[in-house]
Design a protein around this ligand. Sequence first.
Ligand code: AMP
Length: 621
Amino acid sequence: MAKISININSGSIQKEDPIVGIDLGTTNSLVAIIDKDSKKAKALKGKGQSVIVPSLLHFGTNEEIIVGQSARSFLMDAPERTVYSVKRLMGKSFGDIHEHASYFSYKIIDQDAEELVKIRIGNKFYSPIELSSFILKELKYRAEQELGTEVKRAVITVPAYFNDAQRQATRDAGKLAGLEVLRIVNEPTAASLAYGIGLDKEELKHVAVYDLGGGTFDVSILRITQGIFEVLSTHGDTYLGGDDFDRAIYQYWSEKYSIPELEGADIQSLRLSAEEAKKALSSSEHFTKTLQLGGKDYSLELSKDALKACISPVLERTKAACLLALKESGIALDELDEVVLVGGSTRTPAVKEAVQSYFPNVHINDSLNPDEVVALGAAVEADILAGNRKDLLLLDVTPLSLGIETLGGLMDVIIPRNSKVPAKVGKSYTTSVDGQVNLKVSVYQGERELVAENRKLAEFILKGIPAMPAGFPKILVNFILNADGILKVEAMEERSGVKQDIEVKPQYGLSDAEVEEMLLASITHAEADVKTRMLLEAKNEANQLIYLTERFLEKNESMLTDDELQQSSLLVNDLRNSLESNDKDIILGHIDELNEYTRPFAERLMDISISKALKGKSLET
Ligand code: AMP
């Protein structure tokens, strides 16, 4: 029975039904909760054999859906009706994944590169959201079995590099499974929480979370303070993991024992033996096994040193990502407080040794089961949301900056990346032309200085601004980002009260690789971008000044001497010509010259409004 209590502060009724934490993984999924008695996080298995539910689905010919371990045998027997790695498809269009299409043995519909992918099983079509919801339903069911009560609320984890579309898809999958998703949490955040890192609000911690699973790898550097988990950087490879170790061992044996090219089930047997050897060497020194392949017996051996040699090229790739992530995070190695290991592959001792060598002298947290750590952390977050840990509030952050286009195609960031959500930020703008009655607000996401290099999310036109001289209207643009990462943009001309708003729907089709690429590109191109921005800003300023000065001269002709008029026009022309130079310093030089010359007039004529407008920032019409 669910208990009901009343929140004394708000007077609202609170139901004490359980909130579970879910790790919806590429290979494996788990559900966990904080145990009422021990107050510790524990993974739930219900009546299942293990707490781990392989993220596998088999669709039987009689419409039955088998989830988890029982679906495994169908990977070989009925590959076209058995779905794995559905997480890789979340929030993706076919265009996003086509280069990896051969990785999937089931049918991915490829009619429209722009549309969200669908998977065809027999003559039915399923979206990744529906498929994920079947896995979530299984987890919900197991939790209910074990807890003996209905489970309706959950926290679900996603990789730090997941974009809005992928987060939204995960949330939708939860909804479809009958779960109210209270929060989407970053996996490295959850992993840190599982170790209690971040639970002391006063502490400032820098943490590296190294997550090496079966087929995916990522490393994230977090800054944690005051309940805010900020992802400073994240790198990785969504097609790198323990499976590559198995392949390397397979290759090593094939060469060592001159095993001829294998076929069918033999390939699978040798691959499974490679995995078995790798796992065995996590707790013993040597591995031997006799295996029959193609009618011949092979005595397979693997030493720890041989394993190390096999996996070292794979580890080198993770090293590069770790070093890059650290560099990009902007923190020094000696500022790093903790490393957290996540994912089954970190059980291999050589992996831990390697990670320690990338982050020398930094304490490694590996006492928890690396398969469970993300789910356990999600349970901690669930417990916080349930209000069981007083005055702790965890905040998520936005992965990419949000802003609008200003004159010259520049990106004016309103909510920077890594801002906490929910967030509301406003910025004032003005018009650039006299009598401008419409103003276009184009919303972009990304890190580059030019909007053309970023991703357009939405656009709307603020209409009906009363005609006023350029620089007079005061247009407030508000970005309101809710806890789900959904953005609402409002624009209002404050003098007249003309208002317009738009909800920016999550955009599907930006792959995690693209998000990573956008972040990387912003770093690679930072210098060139800054140069372009400075030149464009100088040009904008020049154009504004030319326009306003000419108007000023026209309006106030009678109050100026011929000499002053002539000299001003000359300087305006010089400034106009300097635009051709495409050299910001030359342009700025002419701006200064013209400003210097005309400033006394403005002061003299006390036309403060115009001199104010000279400084205004403008949007495009
Ligand atoms: P995950 O995706 O986090 O579930 O990780 C699965 C990967 O961990 C697979 O490549 C497994 O082969 C690997 N793994 C599981 N147990 C062990 C172990 N004891 N030693 C080494 N690797 C393991």
